[in-house]
Design a protein around this ligand. Sequence first.
Ligand code: 4AD
Ligand code: MG
Length: 483
Amino acid sequence: MSYLPVKQLLQTEPGQTVTVKGWVRTKRESKNAVFVAINDGSTIHTIQAVAEAGFLPDETLRLITTGACVAITGELVPSQGAGQAVEVQIADVHIYGPADPEKYPLQPKRHSLEFLREIAHLRPRTNTFSAILRIRHALAFAVHKYYNDNGFFYLNTPIITASDAEGAGEMFRVSTLDPLNPPKTEDGKVDYSQDFFGRETNLTVSGQLEGELGALALGKIYTFGPTFRAENSNTTRHLAEFWMIEPEMAFFELEDNMNLAEDFVKTVIRYALDNCADDLAFLENRLKEEEKTKKKEEQSEMTLTEKLRFVVDNDFERLTYTEAVEILRNSKPAKKGQFQYEVSWGIDLQSEHERYLVEKHFKKPVILTNYPRAIKSFYMKQDDESAAAPGPTVRAMDVLFPGIGEIIGGSQREDNLEKLTTRMAEVGIADEAIWWYLDTRRFGSAPHSGFGLGFERLVLFVSGMSNIRDVIPFPRAPKSAEF
Ligand code: 4AD
Ligand code: MG
């Protein structure tokens, strides 16, 4: 019989000859037999291969070590051991690639996540990281499925752009000029007309502006691609290169946007619960062990899957920024001076405030809306003046999650050309810089909305991990880009 992945082999009826190909996790020798556990990445589980003592040539036995890549052929038989239905009775072993046990860094024991970050090129071979990567894949698939099922078109927006979608100036420059000796104009400035694109360009911070062009032509679109931010945030929630999903919808107002965001995250989390049960069970166990090392009051009351189920089964709490500020100001930590940053209307809420609202006050995901205009991006739709807020606000929405803080940021977009250009002038964005964006407001403007979900923050939540660098295969962060 031809080669099958371990995941399928484990469900195959015994009684046939099979070949298993993969990497040795462990080899155990007893007086009568040798047991080899093999994993090929298709599942968290290993398949056991067994040979009677003395059956394998000494040289072969010596090369079967943790990390070696092998092909083992033999009859699939019912297993005597606990925890597995079948095992392979070894008839033949082929060693593709040995792994010197003196030098191979991964040993069959629990390594620290810090150590594994240093060997990011090998960590996908561990149970923890292979589980995370399979969950990451399932979530990515669920994202595409969700939007396809709901009539959205996948729009590919540019990676190299000449604009700053967030207006925050946190861009990585892209240039073919000699960085040490760039050509200069007569007045001594760098002459970007000689650069590859004939102008200054950068890696995209968000596909939103181009996404809006798509929505105002195709109705409902989404992007799903890498985005780049040169913000110097050395935290467990920030990456310099992360993947973002940005749906953008014509004729959606703020309320429709919130409904979509809530339904979307719940649906993809449910997909993971339904399709990644083995990997989630493994990570849940890992987390339980970790919890035991914490102080009692810091231990989580819910297991990982209970937490995920809770999110998909309950309505998110929705309130305005202004209401949230009132709650925070009257909260115990505010009164006791326990927040690092004091709360007053107008501040950009810090993660300590977001997490208080979610984890202590409401104990569930929260959607905050109608933020002060001054702390949000230029493109957000301005609210009509209202007595409910002490200053001008915009139709923004942030979705806040337990343990994460902000997982989604979005808004209804300003569709009025005059209001938009006035706001741009206030924050110093020239009309010419995004003339093409303004054209959508000149020609057939329409109410529309959208949001961005940070994909790694979603994977972080679903996997229960605590550092964002552990949920992307090759993390890029300040002073860290090994490959
Ligand atoms: O709130 P942000 O900056 O919003 C935008 O970029 C909008 N253009 C989105 C839109 O409306 N289409 O980022 C959106 C989300 C955040 O909520 C967060 O989950 C994630 O992107 N994010 C990051 N994730 C990892 N590392 C970083 N440095 C991130 N910055 C933002
Ligand atoms: Mg944001």
